[in-house]
Write a protein that binds this ligand. Structure first.
Ligand code: ACO
Length: 430
C-alpha cells in the first residue's frame, strides 16, 4: 500500500499521500489540502517546501553531495568542460561528439549582439554596476526576439533561444565590464572556445596582441562548472516562477540575475575579497578578526564560511581549493599578501572550537573570490561571473518547468491586516 500521512483536523482524518524521489527524499503531497480542509500551509523562506519535482540536480547538504543529472560534481569538474556541462544540464544527457560539436558551433555563431543593444549599453553611465547592465540587456533580448514570448514555443525556437542566450550573455558580461572602465568594446572571436573568448573580450585591447593563458581558461571552466546549478535556490526559483507565467526565457533569466545580485545570494565572493583587503589594510592580524567573528556583540561574520545547506563540507569548496592552489602557483602569486591572510584565516577557523562546533567550513565563495582575484577579474564582476556559470542551470530549470507544463506559480498567504472599514474623506481624517 502506498505510504501516506494522516492529518487530524476537527476530529476529521485527512490522508496526505507521501511522494518519494529517486534518492529517497520524502514529501507530503498537500496539493488537495485547501480543497479538503480550507487550510493552507505557512512556511516563510520555503525551508520545508518542495516547490517542484526536478530531475536536474541532486544535493545532500549533510553528506556533501552534489550531482548534475546523476554525475558527481567532482567528476564533471575534473573531466568535463563548461559547455559540455551546460548541454548535460539543459538536455539531460552527456552529448555525443556530433551533438557537442553542433551545440558549440551554434553558440559560437550567436555571440554577436544586435548593434541596437550596443546603443542601449551606451545609455548606461560608466558607474553602472555590471549586474544592472547584464540584467537589463538580457531582458532586452525579449524585445529583439519577440517570438520568445509565445505561449507555445517549438523545439527549434526554444533551442535557438537557448544558444542565443548562452552565446550573447558572455559578450554582454564582458561589455558590461568594458563600459564600467571606459575601454573600447571588444567583439567576439569565433576561433576561440567559450571561456577563452570571454577572457579575450574582457581583457584584450584593439591595440595589442592578447595571449590566452591556458591555466586561466582551465580555472574559469572549473569555476563555471561548479556554479552551473544548485537546484531550487533563490534565483533559480525566481526563474521558474517568472517563467511559469509563460514569460520569455530571456525575461525569466533576467529576473534570476536580479535575484542573484542580492548580497544574501550571489554577493558573498565579492565580500570575501573586500574582507581580506580590509584585514590587510588593518595590519593583517587575522586573530583579531577571528575574535570579532566570534564576538556575539559584533555583527561581523567571517565571509566565505558556513553554508545554509552544506553542514559538513561544501563539495565545491574541496574542488576549488585545489584549483586555487594550482592557479596561484601557475600565475606566480603564491606569496600574495591576500592569499597569506586567506590561508591564515582558513587554518585558524578550521582549528577553532567556535567554528568546529557550529560546522563552519570555508564555502565555495571563499575560494572562488580568491581565484577570480588571481585571474584579474575585477571585484564588481564577481557576481557577473556567478551569473555566467549559473545560466545553464537557469535554462535547464526553465525548460523543465515548461516541458512539465507546471501551472503558474501563485502562493497563498495568511492575511494579518485590518478588517473591513469604511473610507474616510480626507477632510475628516485626524
Ligand atoms: N562567521 C562567524 N559566525 C558564523 C558564521 C560566520 N561566517 N556563519 C554562521 N555563524 C554562527 C552564527 O553566529 C550562529 O552562531 P550561534 O549559534 O552562536 O548563534 C551559528 O554560526 C549558526 O549561524 P546561522 O546564521 O544560523 O547559520 P545559517 O545556516 O542560517 O547561515 C550562512 C548560513 C548565511 C551562509 C552563514 O554561515 C553566513 O552568514 N556566512 C557568511 C556569508 C557567506 O559566506 N555566504 C555565502 C554562502 S555560500 C553561497 O551562497 C554560494
Amino acid at each position: 500500500m502506498a505510504e501516506s500521512a494522516e492529518l487530524i483536523l476537527d476530529g476529521k482524518s485527512i490522508s496526505l499521500p507521501v511522494i518519494e524521489g529517486t534518492e529517497h527524499e520524502k514529501a507530503f503531497d498537500i496539493g488537495k489540502l485547501r480543497d479538503q480542509t480550507g487550510y493552507v500551509t505557512l512556511d516563510s523562506g520555503y525551508k520545508n517546501t518542495g516547490a517542484t519535482k526536478s530531475a536536474i540536480t541532486f544535493l545532500d547538504g549533510e553528506e556533501g553531495i552534489l550531482r548534475y543529472r546523476g554525475y558527481p560534481i567532482e567528476q564533471l569538474a575534473e573531466k568535463s568542460n563548461f559547455l559540455e556541462v551546460a548541454y548535460l544540464l539543459i538536455y539531460g544527457a552527456l552529448p555525443t561528439q556530433a551533438e557537442f560539436d553542433n551545440f558549440k558551433y551554434q553558440i559560437t555563431q550567436h555571440t554577436l549582439i544586435h548593434e541596437d543593444i550596443r546603443k542601449i549599453l551606451d545609455g548606461f553611465p560608466s558607474s553602472a554596476h555590471p549586474m544592472g547592465i547584464l540584467s537589463s540587456l538580457v531582458c532586452s533580448l525579449t524585445a529583439f526576439y519577440p517570438k520568445s514570448i509565445a505561449p507555445e514555443i517549438s523545439k527549434e525556437e526554444l533551442d535557438l533561444n537557448i544558444v542565443r542566450l548562452m552565446a550573447k550573455i558572455s559578450t554582454i558580461a564582458a561589455w558590461s565590464y568594458k563600459n564600467s572602465v571606459g575601454h573600447p568594446l571588444i567583439y567576439p572571436r569565433n576561433d576561440l572556445d567559450y571561456c577563452a573568448n570571454f577572457l579575450y573580450m574582457m581583457f584584450s585591447f584593439p591595440t595589442e596582441k592578447y595571449e590566452i593563458n591556458p591555466v586561466v581558461v582551465s580555472a574559469l571552466n572549473k569555476l563555471l562548472i561548479l556554479h552551473a546549478d544548485h537546484e531550487q535556490n533563490c534565483s533559480t526559483s525566481t526563474v521558474r516562477l517568472v517563467g511559469s507565467a509563460n514569460a520569455s526565457l530571456y525575461g525569466s533569466v533576467s529576473a534570476g540575475i536580479n535575484a542573484l545580485w542580492g548580497p544574501l545570494h550571489g554577493g558573498a565572493n565579492q565580500e570575501v575579497i573586500e574582507m581580506l583587503e580590509a584585514i590587510e589594510a588593518d595590519g593583517g592580524d587575522t586573530s583579531k578578526w577571528i575574535a570579532k567573528a566570534k564576538d556575539k556583540n559584533d555583527s561581523f561574520r567571517l565571509m566565505g564560511f558556513g553554508h545554509r545547506v552544506y553542514k559538513n563540507f561544501d563539495p565545491r569548496a574541496t574542488i576549488i581549493k585545489k584549483a586555487a592552489d594550482e592557479v596561484l602557483q601557475a600565475l606566480g602569486l603564491k606569496d600574495s599578501p591576500l592569499l597569506k591572510i586567506a590561508q591564515e584565516l582558513e587554518q585558524a577557523a578550521l582549528t577553532d572550537q567556535y567554528f568546529i562546533e557550529r560546522k563552519l567550513y570555508p564555502n565555495v565563495d571563499f575560494y572562488s573570490g580568491i581565484i577570480y582575484k588571481a585571474l584579474g577579474i575585477p571585484t564588481e564582476m564577481f557576481t557577473v561571473m556567478f551569473a555566467l556559470g549559473r545560466l545553464p542551470g537557469w535554462i535547464a530549470q526553465w525548460k523543465e518547468m515548461r516541458e512539465n507544463k507546471e501551472p503558474i506559480g501563485r502562493p497563498r498567504q495568511i492575511y494579518t491586516g485590518e478588517l473591513e472599514r469604511d473610507y474616510v474623506p480626507m477632510s475628516e481624517r485626524a
